[in-house]
Ligand binder design. Structure first.
Ligand SMILES: Cc1cc2nc3c(=O)[nH]c(=O)nc-3n(C[C@H](O)[C@H](O)[C@H](O)COP(=O)(O)OP(=O)(O)OC[C@H]3O[C@@H](n4cnc5c(N)ncnc54)[C@H](O)[C@@H]3O)c2cc1C
Length: 361
């Protein structure tokens, strides 16, 4: 048996551990890191494509429609076959841990890990971002409001009708009922804002665009997801999950890509090859995302135009394929043709002539 330790007990680690029965010859152990902060719950959003059926079972709500709204456009896309889902992260982790235990996975702490000598170690602790990296930073609240204003059939992925003076900024709205929704004030920029900024943005948005006021705050969540190319948590240990390059550089979506990464590794083992994890994104997608990030870094005011045009040019199924890294050349070309050309030409030149940033250690 190959003793296989996985550092971390988040999504990637437990998703792998829940499939330990598909890794013959591997004795999987999950290592709880000593320096880890207390695990906090948050909603995880993804499209319910057939490969993610294992996760849709844990979903709290599903939306057949999703919108992208700017000051001058409103696109609503639909997929009844693959609706947008959201689940509580801790709920998913609980189910995955239960499956892992059933498959004989052990859970140890870091001191026990250091006292042993596993044959293989993979690291899911957070990746390191270069100084000045583009960040997706957000804070959200699940709220009950004083009037029935939300459509529980339609998630709002991006509503740009909020303050744009500090970088690209949008509201992400997941309505669970006509009066209850999770709202996240989300920015793409290099600087995290003070927590009042996001809260005030949510209150102002609700009042201006839904004529509603918060009656009760049910829960809060916040996050900072580094975007672009990131360094390993420990350069000596191969990564998995966000630390294995699973964060989609220009969207921050990660969960579906962790599944793709693990699926590929399981297939490899089934074919008699060693367990190994590769970055689950195609090179061309990483390149396109880098250009988009360069545009958003230098010309954030282009953000609403770019995302608005993309949503208007694609069908629901095309949008899902593009966001899930399953686009072919025809679809990529369609996305490129929908974009304003000048900002992208400038983005490519900025990317080519800017120096690589140093990874913070
Ligand atoms: C608030 C929030 C909302 C998100 N929403 C979405 C979404 O809707 N859809 C989506 O696809 N992705 C979303 N993400 C991205 C999300 O992080 C990933 O989908 C997923 O959790 C990554 O899994 P992972 O195993 O790589 O990392 P994690 O699940 O974060 O696990 C990391 C592991 O490292 C440990 N750790 C953390 N910090 C340290 C430290 N300093 N030292 C040592 N160990 C440490 C943790 O305890 C954990 O064991 C969101 C992230 C946040 C923070």
């Amino acid at each position: 048996m190959t003793s296989t330790h996985v550092l971390g007990d988040g999504c990637a680690s437990l998703m792998l551990a829940s499939r330990a029965n598909e890794l013959p010859g591997h004795d999987v152990t999950v290592v709880q890191p000593a320096a880890a902060p207390e695990a906090k719950d948050h909603m995880l959003g993804f499209w319910g494509t057939p490969d993610l059926a294992f996760a849709t079972r844990h979903a709290r709500h599903a939306w057949p429609n999703w919108s992208i709204i700017t000051a001058s456009s409103h696109a609503t896309l639909t997929s009844t076959a693959h609706p947008y889902h959201a689940m509580h992260k801790l709920e998913y982790l609980k189910g995955a841990k239960k499956a892992a235990i059933e498959h004989g996975v052990s859970f140890i702490d870091e001191s026990e890990h250091h006292a042993s000598s596993p044959s293989m170690v993979f690291d899911t602790r957070p990746p390191r971002a270069p100084t000045g990296a583009m960040l997706q930073h957000f804070a959200g609240m699940e709220v009950e409001v004083d009037r029935p204003v939300f459509d529980p059939q339609t998630a709002i992925l991006m509503d740009f009708r909020v303050d744009q003076s500090h970088g690209m900024h949008f509201m992400y709205v997941l309505p669970f009922s006509p009066t209850r929704a999770l709202l996240e004030s989300t920015m793409f920029s290099t600087t995290v804002m003070p927590s009042e900024y996001y809260r005030e943005a949510i209150e102002a948005y609700l009042f201006r665009h839904h004529n509603a006021n918060i009656q009760q705050v049910i829960s809060k969540e916040q996050g900072v997801i580094p975007m672009g190319s990131l360094g390993l948590h420990d350069p000596a240990i191969p990564g998995l999950g966000a630390n294995g390059g699973a964060i989609r550089p220009a969207s921050g979506y990660t969960f579906a890509f962790i599944h793709q990464q693990i699926e590929e590794a399981v297939e490899r083992v089934k074919n008699g090859k060693p367990l190994k994890f590769t970055r689950p994104h195609k090179r061309v997608d990483v390149w396109m995302d880098s250009v988009l990030l360069a545009v958003l870094r230098h010309w954030p005011q282009q953000g609403p135009i770019l995302f608005g045009r993309m949503a208007q040019s694609l069908s629901g199924e095309e949008f899902i394929r593009f966001m899930s890294g399953k686009a072919g050349w025809r679809l990529r070309f369609k996305v490129m043709m929908a974009m304003p050309k000048l900002p992208f030409i400038r983005g490519v030149s900025k990317m080519m002539f800017s120096r690589p940033r140093k990874v913070v250690s």
